[in-house]
Design a protein around this ligand. Structure first.
Ligand code: SF4
Ligand code: SF4
Length: 240
């Protein structure tokens, strides 16, 4: 027997639309997705969650377990686990969230008509082309893990920044400067390099490292860390 809790959310539930509810399942070696499916079939048909491939490829079942991002289909449930929806998303119902905030952050750094060299200018949509260059499964776990987004919702976040680097690093990229310009404000210099996004990624992608690489690339275009641009005369006024 395993006991766990699920944060249930329904915007129509009054007066409190969010509650933590206890559940139990008979199996002791179930994945979280199997546990959620059991609850839905046997205990409460109103439980709502997302899943797709069931093999850690599609990214649609990402949730928080005890505050950390996990793919429900790959995570073995532990007694006492607390399951919640991803952070910085609009909750649609229970564990189902709208990923569009993460997607919007991508649009801020990669224009739809991004330039690539003519010989490779195959006419497939921009987002699809990025997908082809990356192992990213669009689960938004990195976005959910970032502590900067908690204090600054304008921060571009690791999802957009790591994808921007995929583009900048592509030999076919013809607008590198434009892409570097796009990550200066509320971007690479606002990251604290805490590495939470790297730990959260189920695909082994390293957004923190990509942000460091973007910082290095930015210096090539004359940018520097604005956090070190403060009062460089250390209080000595050169006019004296
Ligand atoms: S390394 Fe940067 S982008 Fe990644 S979680 Fe930390 S602050 Fe956010
Ligand atoms: S970079 Fe990793 S954590 Fe972020 S959306 Fe892609 S697969 Fe998920």
């Amino acid at each position: 027997m395993m006991r766990f809790k699920i944060q249930r959310f329904c915007k129509h539930r009054k007066p409190i639309n969010s509650v933590l509810i206890d559940y139990e399942i008979p199996q002791s070696d179930a994945t979280l997705l199997e546990a959620l499916t059991f609850v839905k079939i046997k205990t409460d048909q109103t439980l709502t969650f997302s899943s797709g491939c069931k093999s850690e490829v599609c990214g649609s079942c990402a949730v928080l377990v005890n505050g950390k991002e996990k793919l429900a289909c790959g995570y073995k449930l532990q007694d006492g686990d607390v399951v919640e929806p991803l952070r910085y998303t609009e909750i649609i119902k229970d564990l189902v969230v709208d990923h569009s905030l993460a997607q919007k952050s991508l649009k801020r750094v990669i224009s739809w008509q991004s330039k690539v060299s003519k010989k490779d200018d195959i006419s497939i949509p921009e987002a699809k082309r990025v997908e082809l260059q990356s192992d990213c499964i669009l689960c938004a776990s990195c976005f959910s893990s970032c502590p900067v987004l908690e204090v600054d919702s304008e921060f571009l976040g690791p999802f957009a920044l790591t994808r921007n680097y995929r583009y900048v690093n592509d030999v076919r990229c013809e607008d590198e400067k434009e892409k570097i310009d796009a990550v200066q404000k509320k971007g690479i210099w606002d990251c604290t390099l805490c590495g939470e996004c790297t730990l959260a990624c189920p695909q082994g992608i390293d957004p923190k490292n990509d942000i460091l690489m973007l910082r290095g690339r930015s210096m090539k275009y004359g940018y520097s860390d604005p956090n070190f641009a403060i009062d460089s005369d250390f209080g000595f006024n050169p006019s004296f």
